[in-house]
Design a protein around this ligand. Structure first.
Ligand SMILES: NC(=O)c1ccc[n+]([C@@H]2O[C@H](COP(=O)([O-])OP(=O)(O)OC[C@H]3O[C@@H](n4cnc5c(N)ncnc54)[C@H](OP(=O)(O)O)[C@@H]3O)[C@@H](O)[C@H]2O)c1
Length: 254
């Protein structure tokens, strides 16, 4: 990976950094010399990633905790300010599926999915926005599920639609100081897509069909999404805010 210092001296919080797209974003941002506060729950995966990243970029810390709790989000912001003295934005990748149709979903799963996928973003924004630098950037990872229904994904689709609305609203309320964009990935090869496939009668077939149904005939790679996040976090995207950017190999064209 080229080390071009595109994010030198800039500080970002990345949630969901212990797996999938968040992890790929952490790798790419670390390689671009960003100062990072990473978030996740798995200490095993987190410590492994931290060791790898710190071998070439010492300015990385990680905080473990449930992102659905307001206190975790508040702490992430405090850690950014204590460790690096500034915050330039955040990227929300943390998410869960909470599978089930409305009649099968327990109220507990419904609440947990909404609180992890949506409330958490409000909490982080609530605590981060007052201290984010002029020219800061925020990226919310929603999904094509924000506008497209999938079997037994009631809570997930609802939470992702909420993220689109929240992202656009924050773009309006905090412009021109901070740019806020929402990304909507299609099927990306991470642990989550295999869990999502469990909602289909033949999970292996469902994933293979998803790849085949893209115009580009493959699943997305976490790195594809990380590259978009980098673009949306630098001056190369200086005139983009309030956008909802689909990155799905063309699957929603059909
Ligand atoms: N994969 C896809 O096809 C796809 C498509 C569209 C959108 N998305 C969205 O993209 C985002 C990233 O998904 P992914 O596919 O990369 O999933 P993933 O590999 O399963 O990673 C999910 C991340 O979220 C973290 N997380 C989940 N619940 C948490 C909680 N309560 N507190 C703290 N961290 C929590 C996980 O941390 P731990 O493992 O440490 O708990 C993990 O780092 C999600 O918002 C997902 O909805 C995924």
């Amino acid at each position: 990976m080229d080390r071009t210092d595109k994010l030198k001296d800039r500080t970002y919080i990345i949630t969901g950094a212990t797996s999938g797209m968040g992890e790929a974003t952490a790798r790419l941002f670390a390689a671009q010399s960003a100062q990072l506060v990473l978030s996740g729950r798995s200490r095993e995966r987190g410590e492994k990633l931290l060791e790898e990243l710190k071998s070439s970029n010492p300015n990385i810390v990680i905080h473990y905790g449930d992102i659905a709790e307001e206190a975790t989000n508040q702490r992430l912001v405090e850690i950014a300010m204590e460790s690096f003295g500034r915050l330039d934005g955040f990227l929300c990748h943390a998410g869960i599926l909470g599978l089930g149709a409305v009649t099968e979903l327990s109220p507990h799963t419904w609440r947990k999915t909404l609180s992890t996928n949506l409330d958490a973003v409000f909490y982080l924004a609530h605590h981060a926005l007052p201290v984010i630098q002029n020219g800061g950037t925020i990226i919310l990872n929603a999904s094509i599920a924000a506008t497209k229904s999938f079997p037994n994904h009631a809570a997930y689709c609802t939470s992702k639609a909420g993220l689109v609305a929240l992202g656009r609203q924050m773009a309006l309320d905090y412009s021109p100081r901070v740019r806020v964009n929402v990304i909507c990935p299609g099927p990306v090869d991470t642990p989550l897509i295999w869990s999502s496939a469990e909602a289909f009668p033949d999970p292996e077939r469902a994933v293979a069909d998803a790849a085949e149904n893209t115009l580009l005939k493959r699943l997305g790679k976490p790195e594809d999404v990380a590259n978009l996040c980098l673009f949306l976090s630098t001056a190369e995207s200086a005139w983009i805010t309030g956008a909802v950017v689909t990155i799905d190999g063309g699957i929603t064209v059909k």
